[in-house]
Design a protein around this ligand. Structure first.
Ligand code: B3K
Ligand code: ZN
Length: 903
């Protein structure tokens, strides 16, 4: 293990092919929580393409008992954590290695490698966890065939699972038993998995289009079986979707999902044996919200789609992580959209995805952890499972899709598999296949330039200005791009930006788009412009009036669009754009614009109490929002999104210097204005949507529940101003009687939001009802950590909850539910007395000694501290420096903290 000061960076440019290959691995486990014995027999051979070198095997926290070569003893040495064999036979003949080690799964609180959760053994090997199980070439470009024998006490561990097919099983002496698994596919070590414990499974047999039969299984703890129906349905849908959309069939007889409540992230795509956080498996209407149901569908899909994009074709090295993650996120997004059905539901999904990108990835891209989609270096790879790798990576794949079209993309995928199935490859290999399958496409024409999306960090700004020439009936759109420097990259070259756009008349009609020199016959109403220069002009002809441009439709590229729209133009787009994304976007721009104006206004204009007037938003915008609420043509889910104001963190990102309490106060003033001005409309919305009938987690009824929940929250907020007790009473009643978790949590958060005296009672009832259900308790903690701050009340409540009997910091879900919810709640976290930052520093240090990956995530909360106004900025620096001064920090936390403090 690297200790303080020893951490060294790994560079992409240093990549070298492995000096040895591992062809086969036979692992035998004697599972015991205190001391598990692992016998590893592998056949290795020299890589003939690389000069002869010693075999250096990775290890981490292993106890080495024995090493044998071709059945006899051998000399070896340790170099740090590596086991080095210098005297292996020369030549290209395979060598039989036998390594015997032990490890202590019960003590493994990092949850990497082999660990125990609730008396069950689990593994997590990505990225570098396999070396905590045995000595190995723990790198993704070494792919081997695995045979695994598990031995354990039968009463305690009746179910023994590993990758592939079960080929043998039976009883052993002393109440023990064994199971032998053979994976028919070669794989990198990060996809290895085993599970052993007392589990039950929901099973489903399916037949593929090609006629092959498969067994699907979802394993959970006894008692949770009835909560697995949705996960199983999601898995069946995923299998069918990948066959239908990409012609990719399941390549295994058996596909298993196993759920655990102790997991560092969402889920893991181990070959044939996916391991999931319970949060993304277990669902019933009584315990899971609509969001949970949709997330389960998307994560089950994501892990299943990795079977091809990640497992069959994997990454050459971890710098290529987005090769599998960006592509697989793109695939799960498309899957969710196809499952959603209607155009409006698809748009809602797209808006949700863009919201995550803009509120989390854009800040990452302009902060201390900014890195390209294909990074050039890292200290701890676990720190690079980021929104840039995943979500921006997906946008980079989506842009390729936009540049070659849907059919072209399918052709590119086909070529990618023809060329690289069974290989460990690079991001360049993917874009090359896409371009080669689509000669003549803008992607093929500009491939080298397009690849800057992989190599340059930072979010480009696309500035758009329009000029209408009434005499010539032309509209000239000038697009210029720029990208601010990011750590280590001061100069940025122009990107290839696919920009989908249209032009509207002032009353909302779409104008046929004819570029100068083009034949009018082909004029479409929406088209793709490909921007490649630092500045470029597009001249549209036959434009009979000054148009309103609808730019970057469906968010066709991950850029900041800088365009000086008037309020009137934005209202036109909100009311009439045929692109629902841009309709929503217009509402966001209007909300944001007035928030920023108020924040920037002279502080003297405010009342002495620091309250803002409740007239932040102009009447025309409020009236437009009323129109949306009253519009019977629009889906409830879409209305809910339009009525959601930009978040505090999104508003803060637009500011050069952030006073978080001011941002909080302005946004709350806007909320109150909407609550008051639209009171009658919220009542009507509540009445029209509160009854959603028998629970179904489909998009239409989920949208109805979302809008009803928002209406209730707004009505309670308004009631709190007037002293009215009716609405809080209704919310309390709903919290008591709701037939599903979505309505119940919406009612509870409405009570918390308006600081109703009934909130405490409602919280207690909720706890009493669900104290046996870990995932619901997580929600209970999260609601309190994320509550709207009223006079600094949230932090004391959070501190008290840390001592609650149900709080366990070792469980990542629980730690996230309380601590992360609080630290990402800007109004409550950024306190003038610095107590939020002190709390953060204490928790980072506490968590780091338990689970560095979770601690490093929490450390990221301070990414944007340099933008804070005083006194927040100095207080934040002091807290970060306090963490930095601790001895024995993990590499994970040290890397994040030192980047955060770097100039
Ligand atoms: N590939 C895993 C993530 C592993 C994270 C390791 N620190 C889950 C996923 O992206 O599907
Ligand atoms: Zn993934």
């Amino acid at each position: 293990m690297l200790r303080e000061g020893q951490a060294t960076a790994v560079y992409r440019a240093d990549y070298q092919a492995p000096a040895w290959w591992i062809d086969t691995v036979e692992l035998t486990f004697d599972l015991d929580p205190a001391k598990t014995r692992v016998l590893n027999r592998m056949r290795v051979r020299r890589n003939p393409d690389v000069p002869a070198q010693a075999l250096r095997l990775d290890g981490d926290e292993l106890n080495l008992a024995r090493v044998m070569v071709n059945g006899g003893g051998t000399s070896f040495k340790m170099d740090g954590d590596q086991l080095v064999l210098e005297n292996l036979p020369e030549g290209n003949e395979p060598v039989e290695l036998e390594i015997f080690t032990t490890c202590a799964p019960a003590k493994n609180t990092k949850l990497m490698g082999l660990y125990v959760s609730e008396d069950t053994f689990f593994t997590q090997c990505e990225a570098e966890g396999f070396r905590r199980i045995t000595y190995f070439l723990d790198r993704p470009d070494v792919m081997a065939m695995y045979t695994v024998t598990l031995r354990a006490n039968k009463a305690l561990y009746p179910v023994l699972l590993s990758n592939g097919n079960l080929v043998d099983s039976g009883a052993l002496e002393d109440g023990r038993h064994f199971a032998k698994w053979v994976d028919p596919h070669k794989k990198p070590s990060y996809l290895f998995a085993l599970v052993a414990g007392r589990l039950v499974a929901r099973e489903q047999k399916i037949k593929s289009r090609a006629g092959r039969e498969h067994l699907l299984q979802v394993y959970v703890r006894p008692g949770d079986l009835e909560k697995t129906e949705h996960a199983m349905n999601s898995l069946m849908h995923s299998v069918a979707w990948d066959e239908a959309r990409f012609g990719l069939s399941l390549d295994l007889d058996r596909f298993m999902i196993v759920a655990t409540s102790d997991f560092n992230m969402g889920a893991m795509e181990n070959k044939g044996l996916n391991i999931f956080n319970t949060k993304y498996v277990l669902a019933s209407q009584a315990t899971a919200t609509d969001t949970d149901f949709f997330n389960i569908e998307s994560v089950v899909g994501h892990e299943y789609f990795h079977n091809w994009t990640g497992n069959r074709i994997t990454c050459r090295d971890w710098f290529q992580l987005s090769l599998k993650e960006g592509l697989t996120v793109f695939r799960d997004q498309e899957f969710s959209m196809d499952m959603a059905g209607s155009a409006s539901a698809r748009a809602v999904k797209r808006i949700d995805d863009v919201r995550v990108l803009r509120t989390v990835q854009f800040p990452e891209d302009s902060g201390p952890m900014a890195h390209p989609v294909r990074p050039d270096s890292y200290i701890e790879i676990n720190n690079f499972y980021t929104v840039t790798i995943y979500e921006k990576g997906a946008e980079v794949v989506r842009m390729q899709h936009n540049l070659v079209g849907r059919e072209g993309f399918a052709k590119g995928m086909k070529l990618y598999f023809e060329r690289h199935d069974g290989q460990a490859v690079t991001c360049d290999d993917f874009s090359q296949a896409m371009a080669d399958a689509n000669p003549g496409s803008p992607l093929a024409q500009h491939l080298a330039q397009f690849r800057r999306w992989y190599s340059q960090a930072g979010t480009p700004v696309l500035k758009a200005t329009g000029q209408y020439d009434a005499a010539a009936q032309t509209y000239t759109l000038t697009l210029s791009q720029s990208c601010a420097p990011t750590p280590g990259q001061s100069e940025k070259l122009p990107f290839v930006i696919p920009m989908q756009m249209g032009l509207l008349t002032a009353d909302g009609q779409e104008i046929a788009l004819q570029l100068q020199g083009e034949d009018g016959a082909q004029a479409a109403k929406s088209r793709l412009l490909v921007v490649t220069e630092a500045e470029q002009q597009f001249i549209f002809t036959h434009v009979t009036e000054a148009p309103v441009p609808s730019l970057l439709r469906s968010f066709s590229a991950p850029v900041v669009l800088d365009c000086e729209f008037s309020d009137a133009e934005l209202l036109t787009l909100l009311a009439h754009d045929s692109d629902p994304f841009n309709q929503w976007e217009a509402s966001q721009r209007l909300g944001l614009r007035h928030a920023l104006k108020t924040i920037a206004a002279d502080a003297d204009a405010e009342s002495a109490s620091g309250q803002f007037s409740t007239h932040v938003l102009p009447e025309s915008f409020v009236q437009a929002l009323r129109g949306v609420l009253q519009n019977t043509q629009l889906d409830a889910a879409f209305k809910d999104l339009v009525l959601t104001l930009p978040s505090e963190s999104y508003i803060a990102e637009q500011l050069a210097e952030v006073d978080p309490q001011r941002v909080h106060a302005v946004r709350e003033a806007m909320q109150l204005q909407l609550a008051t001005a639209l009171q009658a409309d919220w009542e009507a919305a509540w009445e029209a949507h509160r009854d959603t009938g028998a629970y179904q987690p489909d998009h239409v009824s989920a949208g109805r529940r979302a809008l009803a929940g928002r209406a209730l929250s707004m009505l309670c907020l308004h009631a709190a101003q007037t002293g009215d007790e009716v609405w809080p009473g209704k919310a309390y009643q709903r919290c008591k009687d709701a037939g599903n978790m979505t309505d119940r949590t919406a009612a509870l958060s409405a009570l918390l939001y308006c600081a109703s005296p009934l909130a405490e009672q409602a919280l207690q009832r909720f706890h009493a009802l669900f104290k046996q259900d870990a995932l619901v308790l997580d929600k209970w903690f999260a609601l309190q950590g994320g509550a709207c701050d009223r006079g600094g009340n949230v932090l004391p409540a959070v501190k008290a909850l840390l001592k609650h009997a149900d709080f366990q910091i070792k469980n990542p879900n629980r730690a996230r539910s309380l601590i992360f919810s609080y630290c990402s709640n800007p109004g409550a976290f950024h306190r003038a007395d610095a107590a939020g930052y002190v709390f953060w520093a204490d928790r980072v240090v506490e968590l780091d000694s338990i689970n560095p990956q979770v601690a490093a995530r929490l450390a990221r909360v301070m990414d944007r501290w340099k933008k804070l106004a005083e006194p927040y900025r100095s207080a934040a620096r002091a807290a970060i420096e306090r963490v930095a001064a601790k001895p024995n920090l993990s590499n994970d936390v040290r890397e994040v903290i030192s980047r955060t403090l770097a100039d």
